[in-house]
Design a protein around this ligand. Structure first.
Ligand SMILES: [Zn+2]
Length: 257
């Protein structure tokens, strides 16, 4: 499932490729998206990210909101070849943008444009002191809390493992036991790790491909996620895997206590 760095990568690539362009044609191929309004003849003003939603802002006061969910992909095709599993597409000058999605969970909505993305986005408007005031006393495991999109938007499973490893915090520690210093470290590392992942165009472990169908390169940077039984890069002891809330958590039992 694409996380923040992958969605941000797409938004940046889309901004460069389609902002300022006029939509020559729009087509829906999947009956599950039959409600999506035809946006032919609109011009794309800009593309931005709101949490994990891609927002294509149009010149008529509306935005196209795309959430990729499990297997959704946005793919740019310079030639007019419709890829397999296409569910929606727009034609622009010198190319086409397709939503490709074998499992058909991705959603598209066309809604009035909001003033600006709101919320606790870890890379935009996150206030870690307000976070501590609101959530610091909770008896919730730290990994579950930093993945709670209502508390802080933008940290998914892969990056949560990486962030806690970098910060040296055990994923099962209760939020209430952490100090201000711990939180500051966690959110400092979060911003560092997510920014680096954006520079590397995301993590391609399974499905993720960018706008041009290329893999990201952040999978080569992972220090904890997917490294069960392999030596910790900091201390050499073996990375272990546990289950938390149905998801795999990877951590170092020596560095993260
Ligand atoms: Zn270690």
């Amino acid at each position: 499932m694409p996380e923040l760095p992958e969605v941000e990568t797409l938004c940046r690539q889309l901004q460069k490729k389609i902002a300022g362009k006029k939509i020559a044609a729009a087509e829906v191929y999947d009956s599950k998206l039959a409600h999506v309004r035809n946006i032919k003849k609109r011009t794309i003003v800009a593309v931005r990210r709101s949490g994990k939603t891609i927002e294509i802002i149009l010149d008529d006061g509306h935005s196209v909101l795309i959430h990729l969910r499990m297997t959704g992909r946005l793919l740019w095709q310079a030639e007019a070849d419709k890829p397999i599993h296409s569910r929606w597409h727009i034609s622009l000058d010198k190319g086409d943008l397709y939503l490709v999605d074998p499992r058909r969970f991705a959603t598209i909505e066309v809604l009035p444009t909001q003033a600006s993305p709101t919320g606790n986005d870890i890379l935009h408007d996150f206030d870690w002191q307000a976070f501590i005031a609101k959530h610091g006393k909770r008896r919730t495991k730290v990994k579950n809390l930093i993945m709670d999109q209502k508390a802080v938007t933008g940290i998914g499973n892969i990056y949560a493992c990486e962030i806690l490893h970098a910060a040296g915090v055990h994923p099962e520690k209760m939020a209430v036991t952490l100090t201000n210093k711990d939180w500051q470290k966690i959110f400092g590392k979060a911003q560092q790790i997510l920014k680096k992942a954006i520079d590397k165009r995301g993590t391609s472990i399974s499905d993720w491909r960018d706008l041009y169908g290329l893999k990201g390169e952040n999978q080569f940077e992972l220090k904890a996620y997917g490294r069960e039984g392999r030596p910790c890069v900091k201390c050499g002891s073996k990375i272990v895997r546990i289950k938390q809330g149905g998801r795999s958590t990877f951590y170092c039992p020596i560095c993260q206590q």
